[in-house]
Design a protein around this ligand. Structure first.
Ligand code: SF4
Length: 387
């Protein structure tokens, strides 16, 4: 049976409040999971305030609590909207608490006004750019089919020129696997120092992945080995999120005793969609449909409270099934101590149920990443102690 939850058990668990200012996106990437990316509605500032209040009234916020603006393209909403939104968030925060903001963008709309906003509010910016143009433009295109690399690169360069701190997110497709060196060379040449790799997942509107093919495990292993090798050759070293995450888990005082990760622990992430619908667990569940789980909606703002969500039948069914999936992972998988049971959205998208274990996503993003990272760490330790 799943762990029973009380509101008091959940104090301090929320690290990310993910807000969808709009579902609309100015790009039409063919691997995008978002089904509603033509929906032009914009979140009301009252919903922004209600979402923040939901977290703070229940003392859910963790010490590293951050508000993330994401999905569709957040910069189609103007900077003035964010100035007001940030003020509404700050107005809900407990006295003395400064809430950091982060934004994930395709970079195409960045101009000086955006840089001014990011610098004024210390916004952490993530730019989605899939390496050099021949890889990026193959999948990240406009609705008319044009490539978006040139505009994204222009935005990236302006952020760097203006001194806005940033990291890059790169989606790995089958086409990327043979080009690890070109990818890393591109990021090095652009002065990128922090990068995260997302794999092309079967999820939502993206009903198949080019990575779902025989032999992909070995090819991805070679790819990731080359990425780590190249990351160390860069000067300064290019920091790879996946490798850093493995190191962080190894150093964590709870290693071997932890029972859940940020995607399968209730309220570790809270997601609010444009109309004020409330979600927890994997943020990608927001916008997906499932009649068995009420489209994964666990509450509606401004009325929802932590207590109302905990007694909500959709939440209880979700948590019960996700917990069973975690339990199966813990009982069967040698990688559990590092992975902690995977991402519910991957299990549902690939297996049709949360009560599942292995997925293609976890084999690549968890198992291969762990194997390659641990091998690299072992080699570096051997070098360090060699006479
Ligand atoms: S690697 Fe896959 S099977 Fe193993 S714990 Fe993670 S999600 Fe479960």
């Amino acid at each position: 049976m799943e762990q029973l939850l009380k509101a008091t058990d959940l104090a301090g668990v929320t690290r990310l409040l993910i807000m969808q200012p709009t579902a609309f996106c100015n790009v039409d990437c063919d691997y995008c999971y978002l089904p509603l990316r033509s929906d032009r509605r914009i979140m009301s500032h009252d919903t922004v305030a209600a979402a923040t209040r939901f977290v703070f009234e229940a003392s859910l916020q963790a010490r590293d609590f951050t508000v993330v603006w994401h999905a569709g393209e957040p910069l189609v909403v103007p900077p003035s909207w964010y100035a007001e939104a940030f003020a509404r968030v700050a107005a809900q925060a407990p006295l003395g608490v400064c809430v950091p903001h982060a934004i994930q963008t395709n970079g195409m709309l960045i101009n000086d006004a955006w840089c001014d906003l990011f610098l004024a509010h210390n916004v952490r910016v993530g730019v989605s750019i899939d390496g050099p143009a021949f890889l990026h433009d193959a999948r990240r295109r406009t609705r008319l089919g044009s490539g978006t690399h040139a505009a994204a690169l222009k935005g990236l360069r302006l952020l760097k020129a203006r001194g806005v701190p940033l990291h890059v997110i790169c989606v790995i497709t089958n086409a990327s696997l043979g080009h690890a060196r070109e990818l890393m060379e591109f990021y090095r040449d652009e002065g990128i120092t922090d990068i995260g790799f997302n794999i092309e997942e079967v999820e939502g509107a993206n009903v198949s992945s080019t990575l779902a093919r025989p032999g992909v495990i070995d090819d991805f292993r070679t790819f990731f080995e080359t990425v780590l090798e190249e990351s160390e050759n860069a000067d300064p070293n290019l920091r790879v999120r996946e490798y850093r995450n493995v190191l962080a888990m190894l150093r964590h005082p709870g290693l071997g005793t932890m029972t859940a990760n940020s995607q399968n622990m209730p309220f570790a992430m809270v997601t609010v969609s444009v109309g004020g619908e409330l979600f927890t667990f994997s943020p990608e569940l927001a916008g997906l449909s499932d009649e068995n789980y009420n489209d994964y909606i666990v509450g509606r703002l401004p009325d929802a409270t932590l207590e109302s969500v905990l007694s909500d039948s959709t939440f209880q069914k979700l948590w019960g099934d996700i917990w069973q999936g975690i339990t199966r992972c813990r009982e069967s998988c040698a990688y559990f101590a590092l992975c902690l049971g995977g991402a519910p959205v991957n299990k549902m998208s690939e297996c049709g149920t949360f009560i599942a274990t292995e997925t293609l996503a976890c084999k690549l993003a968890q198992q291969v990443v762990a194997d390659v990272s641990l091998s690299r760490l072992e080699r570096s330790l051997q070098v360090a102690v060699a006479p």
